[in-house]
Design a protein around this ligand. Sequence first.
Ligand code: SAH
Length: 359
Amino acid sequence: MTELNEKTDIKSLTREELTAQIKDMGVPAFRAAQIYQWLHEKQAVSFHEMTNLPSELRGQLEEKYALVVLRPVDVKISAIDGTRKYLFGLPDGNVIESVLMKYKHGNSVCISSQAGCRMGCRFCASAIGGLARSLRTSEMLEQVYRIQKDIGERISNVVMMGSGEPLDNYDNTLRFIHMVTDEWGLNISQRSITVSTCGLVPEMRRLAEEKLQITLALSLHAPDDETRRKLMPVANKYSLKEVLEACHMYFETTGRRVTFEYSLVRGVNDNLEEAKALVRLIRDQHGHVNLIPVNPVREREFVQSSAGAVTAFKNYLEKNGINVTIRREMGRDIQGACGQLRRSYLEEKERENAGLCAY
Ligand code: SAH
């Protein structure tokens, strides 16, 4: 999807595509390189800024292309760890959220791939209102660009763990990875990019075939199909056997270890029986488990596991040879969990609208 109000979305064009279009306009190819750098390296917000282009060319670009720029609607900064949660407005009025996390090894941005989500995971705030629409590549890139501009520091990692299912927006996700790693753009290393999926098997296999060096994270959350189906509707479509075969294929094809995300929910998937079943399930995978104490979402009844249960679960996995980390909770004071900030914004809008109707 590169059309926007009859104009082409220039920021979603790869360097090769942009070069071809610029050549077709009868403009020398080196101009395409300059434009690409303005868009993706310097993150210009208007054609006007592109001062090393002739003004006639800037006018032509203005005529032919739309320049997608996200509008910051809100930003919340955690007093605990400096995590920043951004709410961005899209050109059509939809809103999405992105998170900046500062680590010792660099700045990491968690981006959304869709406005809302249609996967329906029971514990996830993004699922509540369903899917509004998939994001364009430019809208994914812009989340990283606006945050880098805002903090004035380089972003070195991108995780696709915000709202939406990246593999349900496959083509734009792939294009995003291609462009965010372009040496004339942010030049982020493929190894510093993580795509998280709830387990769409055909797309996982397709992604493996792309032979990228990115990390694939699978939202596992349960060691058996029955429990998984209680948490994630997608488990009705693909069995754990199929999903884990796809993970194995990803490792075999790319040499990259898969991360298994496991959100611990009290009384649902956090006892030692489940830890045992998990060990049996993934023992032969060259993976690594990331335990996440479930982040309570107001609309959902799930309760976080106790600290003791989390540690016991972790210790059991470790003792049995599984590589495991507990995800540090970041930005708890600023609605850090997926989709929460967007959700409260939408609720506020609904309340405002309801208020207007009452008068
Ligand atoms: N659709 C993708 C990526 C988005 S969610 C996926 O399913 O992987 C990123 C991760 O956060 C997923 O593992 C998801 O299951 C998890 N998650 C969502 N809501 C959560 C919550 N309230 N608490 C803990 N983890 C949550």
